[in-house]
Design a protein around this ligand. Structure first.
Ligand code: NAG
Ligand code: NAG
Ligand code: NAG
Length: 277
């Protein structure tokens, strides 16, 4: 009875030091009968060297389980060598309590460097997987980050497409739904906050400022939207350095303050006829 109480004390103490479950039987086997007493525990507490020596002895002791749930990743707690029960691990896991996932150890960068993801063993598919802490997110293998999955292209707005469960963003856009335009977010392009102003993504990943209404043009000096008209054949109209600048359709170019056919003569004739009639 005395021995089992001592044993229990040692057991609890060892857990508190090593955070691992050791067995009284195994400890006793390794340290010799009756070696666990008050003096030993005091030595253990006071002497780092003794602690190290004892620790290495203890580490040789077989780690024990008492039920299947002590073993991680569906390992089985089975009897071996008479009394001792040890974890029998699934292929792909190891360690005294099957806590080590071999795929995770072999590939430490598998789940990226995020703090919101864990590398674990999927017991159904029998392989290492990356599991996101946030249950509404899934691990995107491409970006190695946890993201909210998409269902179709509509989820990804104008700056991305839904492919293999996640939004793939155009150059210059980011976010689960490509909702962030990088240069707008970083204020590298600062469109101000006047009503009707939009910070948009250009073709090469660069951001630009545009107005919500086509009849208005963005003024880069005042960071506001002002009435702007380039005639019929323009794509956008804006003010730069106080001057109206028209971005014209394919075969048109800015002439004076409007988009006109690139052939100047036709343009003059049209104006002339318009003047006459
Ligand atoms: C994490 O990884 C990403 C991309 O692999 C990288 O851009 C970023 O700098 C890394 N962050 C840290 C803290 O290592
Ligand atoms: C999980 O992610 C979603 C989407 O980004 C977010 O709205 C939610 O707050 C997150 N939940 C937690 C607990 O962080
Ligand atoms: C506006 O002025 C700046 C600096 O004076 C110049 O770099 C830029 O090219 C000008 N833009 C236009 C459209 O003239």
């Amino acid at each position: 009875m005395k021995r089992s109480t001592d044993c229990f004390a040692a057991f609890a103490y060892v857990i508190s030091i090593l955070f691992v479950v050791y067995t009284c039987g195994a400890i006793a086997d390794n340290l010799g009968e009756g070696s666990i007493d008050g003096a030993f525990l005091n030595d253990l507490k006071n002497e780092p060297n003794v602690l190290d020596t004892q620790k290495s002895l203890l580490q040789k002791a077989e780690t024990q389980c008492s039920k299947d749930s002590d073993c991680h990743y569906a390992g089985k707690c089975t009897k071996r060598d008479g009394e001792l029960k040890v974890c029998e691990c699934r292929t792909g896991t190891s360690g005294s309590l099957c806590q080590d996932v071999e795929g995770c150890i072999a590939n430490p960068n598998m789940c990226g460097n995020g703090t919101d993801v864990q590398c674990i063993f999927d017991v159904v598919r029998e392989k290492a997987i990356c599991k996101c802490d946030n249950t509404s997110k899934e691990f995107d293998q491409t970006t190695k980050t946890c993201r909210v999955p998409c269902e179709d292209d509509d989820d990804c707005g104008l700056n991305g497409r839904c492919s293999k469960k996640f939004c793939r963003c155009r150059l210059g856009a980011s976010g689960d739904f490509c909702e962030n335009i990088d240069q707008c977010q970083s204020k590298e392009v600062d469109c101000g906050s006047a009503p009707g102003v939009i910070c948009a993504l250009g073709e090469k990943g660069q951001a630009y400022c545009i107005c919500e209404y086509i009849t208005q043009g963005y003024d880069y000096d005042t960071k506001t939207c002002k009435a702007c008209n380039c005639g019929e054949n323009y794509i956008s109209c804006k003010f730069e350095n106080g001057t109206k600048t028209c971005f014209c359709k394919g075969s048109y170019a800015q002439r004076f303050s409007e988009c006109a056919c690139k052939c100047f003569f036709q343009f003059i004739m049209r104006k002339f006829y318009a003047y006459l009639f």
